[in-house]
Design a protein around this ligand. Structure first.
Ligand code: GDP
Ligand code: MG
Length: 181
């Protein structure tokens, strides 16, 4: 791969999808601002936040999009997905129906984006071990079946949140590097 020139920048659009209240907005605010909001209220309309990370000494801007409540109405628009190169598919480990929904979110992603999009299955709220409803094994198995990366996170105590985003960003970066070769 050719070395990027001085000051060359990468901008990656990443979408975060999954059922209502799985913790999408909090994962985003934890990643972008290291904040957690117990009473986060979904606002209507599409929003994104930008965070800069270093990959192989290069500056990468991650533009991470939040459904911002659209998902409640099963009305995530095609504009939301346009140009995405990475996706986090999030469920809540304490609510099995949100895990069962992942296939539907994957179908939706596939109708809007091609298979080169880097995909990470995210089991959020792993701080709530006492009321776990989906095992780590089940998450791993689904990820393997569907060709996704897998991680469990807690937006509340910040476990693996940066790792989840950074792994997706690195996978995207590697995809692009391969294309350049
Ligand atoms: P969204 O609808 O998917 O954007 O979910 P939100 O980010 O708004 O979170 C929904 C609810 O789950 C809020 O009450 C959050 O405080 C809570 N929540 C989000 N992430 C976590 C987490 O990692 N652990 C725990 N215990 N609660 C969380
Ligand atoms: Mg939200």
């Amino acid at each position: 791969m050719e070395e990027a020139g001085e000051g060359e920048e990468y901008l990656f659009k990443i979408v975060v999808i999954g059922d209502s209240a799985v913790g999408k907005s909090n994962l985003l605010s934890r990643f972008a601002r290291d904040e957690f909001d117990q009473n986060s209220k979904a606002t209507i309309g599409v929003e994104f936040q930008t965070q800069v990370v270093q990959v192989d000494g290069k500056e990468v801007k991650a533009q991470v999009w939040d459904t911002a409540g659209q998902e409640r109405f099963r009305a995530v628009t095609s504009a939301y997905y346009r140009g995405a190169v990475g996706a986090l598919l999030v469920y809540d480990i304490t609510r099995r129906p949100t895990f069962d929904s992942i296939k539907r979110w994957l179908d939706e992603l596939n109708t809007h984006c091609d298979t080169t999009v880097a995909r990470m299955l995210v089991g959020n709220k792993c701080d709530l071990e006492d009321i776990r409803d989906v095992s780590v094994e089940e998450g791993k198995n689904l990820a393997e079946e569907e060709g996704l990366f897998f991680i469990e996170t807690s937006a509340l105590d910040a476990t693996n949140v940066n790792t989840a985003f950074e792994n997706v960003i690195r996978a995207i970066y590697n995809n692009i590097s391969r294309k350049v070769l």
